[in-house]
Design a protein around this ligand. Structure first.
Ligand SMILES: [Zn+2]
Length: 293
């Protein structure tokens, strides 16, 4: 199959959370390439089908220079901090979230840490933090430019002698064909009452819902907001709850961070929108904290 510039083998997808329950799925939209976007009626997970096989997708990742890494060319932590850019503000939100659940000196692991910006900020905030990242290009920046402890490894192959108090997994699960397996592996690496902090796309966010409606009304036809082929799933609170419980976690918080918050716009009117988006999970990404049980 060809999809835009990408080529590979394809397969039909079924809900990874309802494998034994044979739940049916509702077609939300089919784009002109024949890719369907379905909502599982058992758990509310949204999935793309057909999709590239996992093997084909790994090849696509290998060939893709997907991230703009120019900000690391003449990297200066002070300049990054003073820029108050979105990337800086997002890391601050993550740190504030983790601090609500874990004290200083807690041991943290960032799964799929990219270049290691969170590892850097968490370390500066008094946590003992390390990261793992399968892409050598990204982990290399972490080790050589940010100078943080980042290992080039997949979580399945990551073996250590100690356990973590918290694991963060930002913007990763929507890429994984078997998110339950990876979350269970996180559970094995966590202390018994440890916390998992995660963020995934939220198809019930205002902007995502609006774009989906435009497609269903026939006014748009590429379903680009889903993020296919990289993203194979999108979530809401219910599907995240089902996923968490299957992996041995109890969800303790859902919230979302608005663009205003990420852009550092904190005037009083902005604050009202920021709080509403946070409480009602109205943004296009949803944050979940889940505790191991
Ligand atoms: Zn399902």
């Amino acid at each position: 199959m060809k999809f835009g510039p990408f080529e590979g083998s394809i397969e039909d997808a079924t809900c990874p959370l309802c494998i034994d329950r044979n739940s049916s799925a509702q077609l939300i939209f089919k784009n002109r390439d024949g890719i369907g976007f379905y909502k599982c009626l058992g758990c509310n997970l949204m999935l793309a089908s057909p999709r590239f096989t996992e093997e084909s997708m790994l090849k696509i990742y290998e060939n893709e220079a997907f991230a703009d890494l120019s900000m690391y060319d003449n990297w200066s932590y002070e300049e990054w901090r003073q820029s108050r850019s979105r990337s800086y503000n997002i890391e601050q939100q993550k740190i504030l979230l983790v601090k609500r659940y874990l004290p200083e000196k807690s041991r943290l692991l960032d799964v799929g840490c990219g270049t290691g910006l969170f590892v850097l900020e968490a370390t500066r905030s008094g946590f003992l933090c390390e990261g793992i990242e399968p892409s050598m290009r990204l982990s290399g920046i972490g080790s050589n430019v940010l100078k943080v402890p980042v290992s080039t490894v997949q979580i399945e192959d990551y073996n250590i002698t100690y356990k973590f108090n918290g694991i963060v997994i930002w913007d990763v699960l929507e890429h994984l064909y078997d998110p339950v397996r990876v979350m269970r592996r996180c559970g094995e690496l966590l202390e018994s009452d440890g916390f998992l902090f995660l963020q995934v796309p939220n198809y019930k966010g205002i902007s995502n819902s609006y774009k989906t409606q435009l497609h269903r009304l026939g006014l748009k036809n590429n379903f680009k907001h889903f993020g296919f082929p990289w993203h194979v799933y999108s979530f809401d609170r219910k599907s995240l709850s089902v996923l968490s419980r299957q992996a041995g976690f109890k969800p303790v918080l859902f919230e979302s961070w608005s663009h205003l918050l990420k852009d550092g716009k904190t005037g009083s009117l902005s604050q009202i929108i920021i709080n509403l988006a946070r409480q009602q999970c109205l943004s296009d990404y949803i944050v979940c904290v889940a505790q191991k049980y």
